[in-house]
Design a protein around this ligand. Sequence first.
Ligand code: SF4
Length: 364
Amino acid sequence: MKYVHEYRNKELSQKLINAIHDSAKGEYTFMEVCGGHTMAIQRFGIPSLLPPEIKLLSGPGCPVCVTEKSYIDTAIAYARLSNTIIATFGDLMRVPGSSSSLELEKALGSDVTIVLSALEALKLAQNKPEKRIIFLAIGFETTAPGTAVAVDQASKAGVKNFFILSAHKLMPPAMKAIVDEGIKIDGYICPGHVSAITGSAIYEDIARKYKIPCVISGFEPLDLLQTILALMRQVNENKPAVEIQYTRAVQPNGNTRARTMMKQVFTVADSEWRGLGNISKSKLILTEKYQQYDALKMIPVEVEPTISDKGCICGEILKGLKTPLDCKLFGNECTPENPVGACMVSGEGACQAYFRYQPQTETT
Ligand code: SF4
């Protein structure tokens, strides 16, 4: 566990915990907007180490969770077409649509296959020229560059049977939308992986205009404790700024090559988010040059009307208004084995994180 146990050091953790307790001068509400952080915070029991004045909220950081239900319905409609293979990340398989799921469609005979990357989907297309391959392109700035590379390679190689159904989303518009909606956030625990691509400048607006401290965090206990302390100090001194705690992975300029590729292939558009509704300029769609790879433009499909979830409060959880423990279905009707909503399906979802790591759920 070299390079990991250093970030789980007990003595250093205790020092940070003491500093956090000593720094508490009022109430603080901090939100993490990364599914990896949601998992790590619950896994390491971070909330139990903090003074009661600090409240941690899970935000819209899990890519599968924020993907709108109508997108799942569209993917299912495509899966039902003949001569078509849906290539998807595994987590999407079990997300319920309005009347089915990709997993169920596969069981009924549709060709749905799990891939680990957009390039794997492209390879599938090259190996099966007689089929249409539709890659379900979801995720934030972290996974979008990989899709961009695959589309560009498809174009250069003249591949005609590769398509993407884009639900790539951008993180800053969602962070702003949450504050615009009046939800009280005193600081953002900013995503480490997204920031490794984007750099830190994307949060400047949030710190300057919205006056909300932003600290880009790593995923180990020392990272998270240090981040929380940094946020508290910014709040206490009333000096909101963007800081990088996760310096071992995130540079202020991010990954310029990845961003250049994204800019070449994608442009921004408005998008629906689960729970957050329509957010302006929050989605990546293909530019004019790459239209022939856009499944929605190239392959007509009839999609059933989307039915809203009954009883599932995933949308409110993604806005930080409720926690999984507020859901009546949590742990009984809805479990990782039998998920009712996206937040329980995904390994980065708040409901699954609570189910796996909250003590009160161990007996369920
Ligand atoms: Fe939805 Fe299940 Fe979470 Fe409840 S526990 S909010 S039903 S995903």
